[in-house]
Write a protein that binds this ligand. Structure first.
Ligand SMILES: O=P(O)(O)OC[C@H]1O[C@H](OP(=O)(O)OP(=O)(O)O)[C@H](O)[C@@H]1O
Ligand SMILES: Nc1ncnc2[nH]cnc12
Length: 170
């Protein structure tokens, strides 16, 4: 199955110059969505891990079915002010704008092995800050999965110490 064919590209959204990769067209096609999750499960074959972490909001869409399929727990990393318990916070830059992310302090135990799942790697800011949050809690990031990688932005350069896999490249 060619997953790239299922992604809709919308130019100049949300601002001039951004070529937006819209995954909603893939998600609404049940077979393609299932195939995507199955491919991620294959990527994780033989890897030992305890938890899947997904950054808000598209990381939830990828991370939660993967959590279900692998029978591992899911931990959300959220935009500020959304998590009710004690949190740690990390600020980062986006392809457009900047933001910060938070995780519950008690979400990960020291030494737990974590896989991160998200829809798209652009500058790498989101994944890097998710990694920083996990490591601040003592977790070990053993894998990073994303559906789409925007190679020209070279987000991987921030993630060179990690096992990063993407299914679709632009
Ligand atoms: O590699 P980066 O430059 O950090 O960009 C990638 C991130 O940007 C998007 O999320 P966004 O923050 O737009 O939030 P959303 O998932 O709620 O739309 C996307 O889902 C990734 O998480
Ligand atoms: N070009 C892009 N398309 C979709 N989501 C994004 N998040 C950051 N950059 C993006």
């Amino acid at each position: 199955m060619n997953l790239k064919d299922k992604i809709r590209v919308i130019e100049n959204f949300p601002q001039e110059g951004i070529s937006f990769k819209d995954i909603t067209t893939l998600l609404k096609d049940g077979e393609s969505f299932r195939y995507t999750i199955d491919k991620f499960v294959e990527e994780l074959d033989g890897k030992e891990f305890d938890l899947i972490v997904g950054p808000e909001s598209r990381g939830f869409i990828i991370g939660t079915p993967l959590s279900y399929a692998t029978k591992k727990g899911f931990v959300p990393v959220r935009k500020p002010g959304k998590l009710p318990g004690e949190t740690v916070k990390y600020e980062y830059d986006l392809e457009y704008g900047s933001d910060s992310l938070e995780i519950h302090k008690d979400a990960i135990q020291k030494g737990q092995k974590v896989v991160i799942a998200d829809d798209l790697l652009a500058t790498g800011g989101t994944l890097l800050s998710t990694i920083k949050l996990i490591e601040e809690l003592g977790g070990e990031v053993v894998g990073v999965l994303c559906l789409i990688e925007l190679c020209h932005l070279n987000g991987r350069k921030h993630l060179s110490d990690y096992d990063v896999k993407s299914l679709i490249q632009y």
